[in-house]
Write a protein that binds this ligand. Structure first.
Ligand SMILES: Cc1cc2nc3c(=O)[nH]c(=O)nc-3n(C[C@H](O)[C@H](O)[C@H](O)COP(=O)(O)OP(=O)(O)OC[C@H]3O[C@@H](n4cnc5c(N)ncnc54)[C@H](O)[C@@H]3O)c2cc1C
Length: 453
């Protein structure tokens, strides 16, 4: 095995990573560099995760840069990529974690389920007026991809968007950009989503002697349960004082105002969805309840109002998709610690990226994966050659507790599999790769399935 390094018992560690995108590729690349053999199971053909399916397609340069970074890490000779393989469907999780013989298993499977619209019975209207953010954005990103087999959506004018985070602003932008493009096309004016996004709607219209009001669009409205300045568009640093918090709040309000000016969507803050408005078996709107904020908490008031729209698009956050065999606590995995993502009953399991941080942010996923790899997985495997670069005096008590857990587990279970088990695992991996038509090299595979359109 090129570059594979012997572990403490003279054999080589082999680690399974579930999910090959930002976080999974980061941890796989690091472990491979340390001489481990890494098997990356990815449910999709390509390993780009939310970069391909979440981050809107107008981020052309960022998407390209992230694809290149992921591919480079997964192209390490010690990494075995297994595409089109969903853990929990194609491979049993308990079998993988407890019986294949891996030294460790890393969950890097992100957050792919939409949090449900919090009104009882709402999901009965999915496809009948109710749309969730994830499939909507995936469809937008793949609209020019003839091979895309998932659900496809169009972009009606006059939608209600329920949300408040960055992704809900992207949903509002998609609706506005697509509607303006459509009306301009009807008037014989050719433009692109990319151009509209970069320059903003008013500027493009101005170039054609038009104003937004001339287009006759209703536009979409984003309904948010807190104040504009509470929108999580910008994070306050840990331990920020009141003056800093005020700056962050003002920054958020400015960011939102700028987005509204450029993309012309409306925002209705301080209201929470309360009741469905259904006509002829179809969701046609939402009754919202006005809210107020007291000591940072959302307090419902007695005031309600009705909003009607062509569709209701719910964009209130993504949660991990359950994997049969992994215990859940509510809508999340039942992590025994949130620093390294241990789960009771799976002593060799770690978790990295969005699946455990809950942060929809590329840099946060990558940093978390590097941190967990360095502080926990590499120590657990006894392959850390940088033990000195973690300053435990500044780590949180939770981190220290988790590190103690990892050290404890390492003392008991840090053995690499025997050479025979290693060969058996690689045999199983090759069989699966063959079954999905993987040619053995990532570059050849990407050529086979194509880069995202
Ligand atoms: C609309 C939208 C806009 C965004 N905009 C930005 C932005 O502007 N800036 C920013 O920093 N971030 C943005 N993000 C968030 C960012 O893209 C993600 O937070 C980040 O890419 C997550 O990386 P990850 O590796 O943790 O998870 P993911 O990218 O979700 O990777 C998880 C991987 O695991 C795979 N997987 C899942 N389940 C299984 C399974 N059971 N078996 C095998 N494989 C599995 C998935 O296919 C995926 O490849 C946006 C997200 C969305 C939805």
């Amino acid at each position: 095995m090129p570059g594979a390094k012997a572990g403490s018992n003279g054999s080589t560690h082999i680690v399974a990573v579930i999910g090959g995108a930002t976080a999974g590729a980061e941890v796989a690349g690091r472990l491979a560099e340390h001489g481990c053999v890494v098997v990356v199971f990815e449910q999709n053909p390509r390993p780009y995760g939310k970069i391909e399916d979440g981050l809107p397609s107008w981020h052309v340069a960022l998407r390209r840069k992230e694809y290149d970074g992921i591919r480079a890490k997964l192209s390490h000779p010690n990494v075995h990529f297994v595409p089109n393989t969903k853990i929990g469907r194609d491979v049993d999780f308990d079998d993988l974690a407890n019986h294949w013989g891996f030294s460790a298993v890393v969950l890097a499977n992100g957050a792919w389920c939409d949090r449900g619209l919090p009104i009882e019975g709402a999901d009965a209207y999915v496809g009948k007026g109710l749309v969730y953010q994830n499939p909507f954005v995936i469809s937008f990103n793949h609209q020019d991809d003839p091979h895309y087999a998932g659900e496809r959506f169009d972009y009606p004018d006059g939608c209600i968007v329920v949300g408040g985070g960055l992704a809900s602003i992207d949903v509002s932008k998609i609706l506005m950009l697509e509607n303006v493009k459509r009306v301009l096309t009807e008037r014989g004016i050719e433009t692109s989503i990319h151009e509209l996004e970069v320059k903003g709607i008013p500027k493009i219209l101005e170039g054609h002697g038009l104003a937004y009001e001339d287009l006759g669009l209703a536009g979409c409205t984003l309904y948010y349960r807190r104040r504009v300045e509470d929108m999580p568009l910008m994070e306050a640093p840990e331990g920020a004082d009141e003056a800093r918090l005020e700056k962050v709040r003002n920054g958020r309000a400015r960011m939102l105002a700028k987005a509204q000016e450029k993309y012309r969507f409306d925002v209705e803050p301080l209201c929470a969805p309360d009741e469905l408005i259904v006509e002829d078996g179809r969701l046609v709107g939402i009754r919202f309840r006005r809210t107020k904020i007291e000591n940072g908490r959302v307090i419902p008031t007695d005031d309600t109002f009705e909003a009607r729209g062509t569709w209701v698009i719910s964009s209130i956050g993504s949660i991990p998709e359950a994997i049969p065999g992994i215990p859940m606590k509510g809508e999340l995995f039942a992590f025994a610690d949130w620093e390294y993502g241990h789960i009771d009953g799976f002593p060799t399991l770690f978790s990295v990226g969005n699946v455990v941080t809950g942060k929809g942010n590329i840099v946060a996923s990558r940093k978390h994966a590097a941190q967990v790899s360095k502080e926990a997985i590499e120590k657990f495997l006894g392959i850390s050659d940088r033990a000195g670069d973690v300053d435990s005096s500044v780590a949180s008590p939770a981190a220290q507790a988790a590190r103690a857990t990892a050290d404890h587990v390492a003392a008991k279970l840090g053995e690499a599999p025997s050479a025979e088990t290693l060969a058996e695992i690689l045999q199983r991996v090759q069989e699966r790769q063959k079954a999905v038509g993987y040619p053995g090299q990532l570059a050849a595979w990407i050529e086979q399935v194509g880069e995202p359109a």
